[in-house]
Ligand binder design. Sequence first.
Ligand code: IPD
Ligand code: CA
Ligand code: CA
Length: 252
Amino acid sequence: MDQQIQEIKQWLYQAGDKIKSSLSAELSIDEKSSRTDLVTNMDREIQNFLIDKVHQNYPEAKILAEENGYNELTSMSGEVFVIDPIDGTLNFVLEKENFCIMVGLYEEGRSKLGFIYNVMQDELYWGGRGYGVFCNEKQLERPEDKALTEGLIGMNAHMYLHNHYQAQAIGKRSMGVRMSGCAGIELIAVIKGARVAYLTNLSPWDYAAGCAILDAFDFRYSRIDGQSLSFNGREHFVAGTPKAYSQMIGML
Ligand code: IPD
Ligand code: CA
Ligand code: CA
């Protein structure tokens, strides 16, 4: 297992180096569903790099990933790598920071390991049930189980603006609302105790890695109706400390 963790960490550090060394090169950018839904040559390159690594090292494993036709799986049976090559592509294009590379590893639909690499901060958060949670080599303590009223909440801007699912009342009950444009950064913030919750709308590759790490702390996450996530298409998503999560589920 240790070998597997070291191996996947190396994939992510190498992928991050590829992005860092390409920052001054011109990007090729395509629109997907809208002018704010972008994919770049680097999203594709990083995904291909990670998929090659999975194929070379885990030929039996299945892959669920955002780009290039890998974005659907009929079932989560067996070993599944869930990959978001660049999470926060808009930030990557416009800010050149505040984006992550994410890999989640699932077995028979159950989380095993999650890796979220904030490339420009050079912070690789990883962990899983029974392994604890780390930032690079440093083990993190489980954050205090704070209530919604005691901390900050990360939120999806569209949901907050249009007050979907009581988002504004939930924000008001917290100490303040934060929006980063990157699911990985929001989930890292919950994992390290900087925020108590995250309310949003995500695809499986946006939440898989973060949920595997949250499982190491027994923090909570689900669809907003409290049902399990399906790993199939976008879903409204809530995560947080046990206390904040329960308060939010009661309000949603
Ligand atoms: C997006 C980001 C964003 C979230 C969107 C995601 P992408 O991922 O994580 O924060 O609100 O739902 O699609 O497309 O940049 O990988
Ligand atoms: Ca994403
Ligand atoms: Ca992405």
